[in-house]
Design a protein around this ligand. Structure first.
Ligand SMILES: [Zn+2]
Length: 81
């Protein structure tokens, strides 16, 4: 009887440890690129489905792939600078 309780306690501790390990792994944010690797951009995109507009101010490249909205690629709107 005592042996069974001991096994249950050990199993409980192992499960909690495993759970915490998984949660910590998920909570760790992905490494973001250095500030120096980002360029200032001024791009405006519009969703072709619902018309929502988005402005992109920083990107890793001059013309990054368009973001998606409503499961579709957004259209790049020419902006005057
Ligand atoms: Zn949309």
């Amino acid at each position: 009887m005592v042996f069974k309780i001991l096994i249950a306690v050990v199993a409980c501790v192992v499960i909690v440890r495993l759970g915490l390990f998984v949660i910590r792994a998920l909570a760790t944010p992905a490494p973001s690129p250095d500030e120096g690797e980002l360029r200032r951009v001024n791009l405006k995109y519009q969703c072709t489905v619902c018309g929502a507009q988005v402005r992109m101010t920083k990107a890793g490249e001059d013309l990054p792939p368009p973001p998606r909205h409503c499961m579709e690629d957004m259209d790049l709107i020419p902006t005057m600078e």
